[in-house]
Every structure is written in C-alpha cells, then in structure tokens.
Design a binder for this molecule. Structure first.
Ligand code: HEM
Ligand SMILES: [Ca+2]
Ligand SMILES: [Mn+2]
Length: 337
C-alpha cells in the first residue's frame, strides 16, 4: 500500500500524520540543549528513569499513569521517597515543555524515547502522541524501592499494568544505561554495569556475578555487594536475578542483543501507554532517531570468569563468555551534568 506523507510547515520534514510535525523541532531542541548534542549521558539516563516514575503512578490506589503528573504536581510527587533525585531532571525538562506546545505526559515519554536513541545498541523506541494534561498527583508508594521484596515488586507491577514477572525483567533492561546518585550519596554517578553509556547486555552478566565489595560505604538501604570497584548493585536487581520466577529470563539476555532490543521496545511501549488507550493516539515513532548499533560481545570483566557466576536459573547453563584482558576492572562514574 502507498502511505501518503504530508509536508510539514517547517518546510523540511514530512510526516504520516500532520500532528507529528511539531515533534521534529522539539526533538532537535532537546538533542542539542538537554542531551548535550546527542550523548547517552546523565540527562538521558535520568529522562529514562522519569518515563518510569511518571508512568507507574497508577493502580488500585489511583493515579493517571503516564500523564505528566510528576511535572505538574512536582511539589508533591518529587518528595516521595522513591523519587529522590528526580527533581533535577524534572527541573531541566520544565522549560522545554513551557517553550513547546506539548503536554507534560507526552513530553516525558518523547524525551525518554529520543534520549535512549543516543545509546549504542538501543532499540528504536516507539512514540505515541496524545496524552491529556494530568488531573491529580499520583499517590505515594507506586514506585518500587530497591529494598522491597521480590513479592512486593512483582505485585506492584501487576497492579500498575498487569505486567508479568517476565515483563518486569524486560523493564529492568533499562538499568544497562543507569547509575545511582542517592543509594550511596558518598559516590554519586556510580553505574549498575561497566558500560552505562552502552545499551548492551553487560548488566545481566554483572548482576549474576558474586558480590564481593561495596564501591563506597557499606550499610546503605537497598544496596548489596557488587563484583567490581566503581559499580553499585541494587538489592532488588540482585534478588530478581536469583528468584525462580525471574532468574531464567534474566540470564536469557546475556549476550543476546537482539532479544534485549526486541523486549525493551515492546515493554516500553506498554509502559508509555499506562492510563491511555493506544487507539486514541497518533503513532509518531518516525520522529525518533535510529540508534547507533552495538556490535560487541558480552564479556566477563577483567579478573573475573565463569567461576564467579552465581548460577540461579535451573534449566539453562550460563553462556560461555571471554574475559576482558588486563588488570581487574574498575568502573568510572557517570559524569554529572
Ligand atoms: C524494581 C524496579 C526498580 C527499582 C527498585 C529501581 C530502583 C532504582 C534506583 C534506586 C535507582 C538509583 C537512583 C539514584 O540513586 O540516583 C535507579 C536508577 C535508574 N532506573 Fe530504576 N528501578 C526500577 C525499575 C526501573 C525501570 C522500570 C526503569 C525504566 C524503564 C528504570 C530506569 C532507571 C534508570 C535509567 C536509572 C538511572 C538514572 C541515572 O543514571 O541517573 N528503573 N533505579
Ligand atoms: Ca550497559
Ligand atoms: Mn543520575
């Protein structure tokens, strides 16, 4: 079939639906002025985290899902304990929303999808347009905490959007481009894997290794030992990698870049539509840039090997991987913006 494209008023772009036309200028503006010219750095990581913290605000206790309530009712929601640190990216995004004609719910999900496209190895996320302005703040306790039990985490995701345990694993692919500023406040920017600027499968390798050290101080709530200097491990990621409901799905991503991309694209679409009906929205995915590829292989960090794997999945062996050469790996922090 021939798909008719419309010429956008900007005189440069064409779109399958005229409603998508204004997004090209917003995209170019945030790439230049929010994401520092197209990096996969701190603002991209925080913008992806924000897509989640806004969208998951829905369930049996109320909330409108991916509605931008984190922005409009920031005075309330950024004070919730699980949202610690989210005020920064909320503050950075607000001027772009004020400048452009877009609802905060749409902007949060759009910025997340554009930002992820800067990370080598990422899938090209979808973007659907059409979220109305939020009506009320989300209730507290909708965002899971790293010290929560697996039971409570799985229950929260099921309540929010009928996410299955396997889909919860898919959502945690996000932690391949992530760092923590507040879990151990003495070491802000400490990544969850050795490659926080690459959308690869290292997160699933490294969370399965035996924890041997705290990268900063010990005794922080929601933190357990990690296998690498400079890397932090959340208790929730540690437990999900080992729980019988999630461990085989977790391991299945090791060195499986195609599956990583495919599942993250699918589950992020579902997350971004919480509280909305896809049929009422316009598919503007064509505005999202195509991410650069990642062609490397998963490896054991230098100094570690198969004997450091805490095998959890009972039905499949951990894949055979090479070990990086050189002295024991130490991971550098993600620079602040
Ligand atoms: C069990 C569920 C989850 C828990 C307990 C959790 C917890 C956390 C915590 C504690 C941090 C560190 C925040 C800080 O100290 O700066 C973090 C960072 C992050 N999370 Fe999650 N998270 C979960 C699920 C998700 C999901 C579903 C997404 C997105 C789809 C996501 C995306 C991110 C990103 C991108 C960061 C890094 C932010 C940055 O580097 O600045 N998380 N998460
Ligand atoms: Ca990574
Ligand atoms: Mn951060």
């Amino acid at each position: 079939a021939i798909i008719k494209r419309v010429a956008c008023p900007d005189g440069v772009n064409t779109a399958t639906n005229a409603a998508c036309c204004p997004l090209f200028a917003i995209r170019d503006d945030i790439q230049e002025n929010l994401f520092d010219g197209g990096e996969c750095g701190e603002e991209v990581h925080e913008s992806l985290r924000l897509t989640f913290h806004d969208a998951i605000g829905i369930g049996s206790n109320g909330g409108g899902g991916a509605d931008g309530s984190m922005i409009v009712f920031s005075d309330i929601e950024t004070n919730f304990h699980a949202n610690l640190g989210i005020d920064e990216i909320v503050g950075e995004q607000k001027p772009f929303i004020a400048k452009h004609n877009i609802t905060p719910g749409d902007f949060i999900q759009f910025a997340g999808a554009v930002g992820v496209s800067n990370c080598p190895g990422a899938p090209r996320l979808n973007f659907f347009l059409g979220r109305p302005a939020p009506l009320a703040p989300a209730p507290d306790k909708t965002v899971p905490e790293p010290f929560d039990t697996v039971d409570s985490i799985l229950a929260r995701f099921a309540d929010a959007g009928n996410f299955s345990p396997v889909e919860v694993v898919w959502l945690l692919i996000s932690h391949t481009i992530a760092a923590a500023d507040h879990v151990d406040p003495s070491i802000p920017g400490t990544p969850f894997d050795s490659t926080p600027e690459v959308f690869d499968t290292q997160f699933f390798v490294e969370t399965q290794l035996r924890g041997t050290l705290f990268p900063g101080t010990g005794g922080n709530q929601g933190e357990v030992e990690s296998p690498l200097h400079g890397e932090i491990r959340l208790q929730s990621d540690h437990l999900l990698a080992r729980d019988s409901r999630t461990n085989c799905e977790w391991q299945s991503f090791v060195n499986n870049q195609n599956k990583l991309q495919n599942r993250f694209q699918a589950v992020m679409l579902k997350l971004s539509l919480l509280g909305h009906n896809q049929d009422d929205m316009v598919d503007c995915s064509e505005v999202i840039p195509v991410p650069p590829p990642f062609t490397g292989k998963a490896t054991f960090p230098a100094g570690l090997s198969h004997s450091d794997v805490e095998q959890a999945c009972a039905t499949a062996a951990f894949p055979t991987l090479a070990t990086d050469p050189g002295p024991a790996t130490s991971v550098a922090p993600v620079p602040p913006s």
